[in-house]
Design a protein around this ligand. Structure first.
Ligand SMILES: NC(=O)c1ccc[n+]([C@@H]2O[C@H](COP(=O)([O-])OP(=O)(O)OC[C@H]3O[C@@H](n4cnc5c(N)ncnc54)[C@H](O)[C@@H]3O)[C@@H](O)[C@H]2O)c1
Length: 263
């Protein structure tokens, strides 16, 4: 079990929705410090003020960084370790649902996650973790576990995040540096990412199938995902993927067992 109390976290997309809910839950569980990484400075300052009022002045920082820019991201990691001296948990929640913006969707949802997770896995967590173990939690999606024909570009980035997380989360990888890498796969969750505009879908042919999906699912609050994610950070095994949907109890996604076919 990974003890959250007294640890230091960094959360991309930490100023809204699922990232904020996870940050809040980790703070509730006794985090020593957290860096929220986001794009919108006004929102960052507002959230910072709220969380400082709730959890104390010295525990929460906001750093403006675009996850597409490796240097900006790394500056956020540097702020975390220079302020709190350690870094133990990295949550990658930054993401967009804009199927028409193909490059941005891939760059933010996939490349941003890979940039942050590799910075964390290869350098910052092994060097700065305060205990024996560090944790990387990637925010994938149920759209990364099964075909999602209404939002294919977004879904493809989430399939890739699942594949990336499972590849970084093997036992052999874990043995290298005691960093566990896992992912959550939330279902539809009421957050700003679902605000619909002309970029949400690839083109107008997708409107009807998207509507048929959103009309038939049960939406859950971000707080449900936040609570589940904190449990998974503490209890989940490296390489595991966790389904959190329809406000129901969580479960681990199962995959056909295959041998690691390298080396
Ligand atoms: N809401 C859902 O139904 C749902 C379901 C499954 C997975 N997810 C995933 O959860 C994650 C969080 O989304 P959310 O639902 O909380 O929505 P959200 O819009 O509240 O959060 C996304 C955050 O990412 C930030 N962001 C976007 N582009 C960025 C960039 N270039 N650099 C830095 N930050 C950037 C946004 O500013 C925002 O704070 C996303 O990865 C999303 O794909 C959401």
């Amino acid at each position: 079990m990974f003890e959250i109390k007294g640890k230091v976290g960094l959360v991309t997309g930490g100023t809204s929705g699922i990232g904020l809910a996870i940050s809040r839950e980790l703070l509730e569980m006794g985090l020593k410090g957290i860096v929220l990484v986001g794009l919108n400075v006004d929102l960052g300052m507002k959230v910072l003020e709220e969380l400082r009022r709730e959890f104390g002045d010295n525990k929460v920082l906001f750093v403006k960084a675009d996850v597409r820019q490796k240097d900006e991201l790394e500056d956020a990691f540097k702020v975390a370790v220079s302020t709190f001296k350690n870094l133990d948990i990295v949550v990658n929640s930054a993401g967009i649902l804009k199927n028409k913006r193909i490059e941005d969707t891939i760059d933010i949802n996939l490349k941003g996650t890979i940039f942050s997770a590799t910075l964390a896995f290869e350098y910052y967590l092994p060097k700065y973790k305060s205990g024996t173990e560090g944790v990387i939690l990637n925010v994938a999606s149920i759209t990364g576990l099964e075909p999602f024909d209404s939002i294919p570009i977004y879904a493809s980035t989430k399939w890739a995040v699942v594949g990336f997380t499972r590849s970084l989360g093997t036992e052999r990888q874990y043995m290298r540096n005691n960093i566990k890498v896992l992912a959550i796969c939330p279902g539809f969750t009421t957050t700003p990412i679902l605000d619909f505009d002309e970029d949400t879908l690839l083109n107008s042919n997708y409107v009807e199938i998207y509507k048929s999906v959103t009309n038939s699912v049960i939406f859950q609050p971000a707080s449900h995902v936040g609570k589940a994610a904190a449990f998974i950070v503490s209890q989940g095994k490296s390489g595991s993927m966790w389904v959190i949907k329809e406000n129901q109890p969580i479960y681990e996604a199962k995959f056909e067992d295959r041998k690691l076919c390298i080396g």
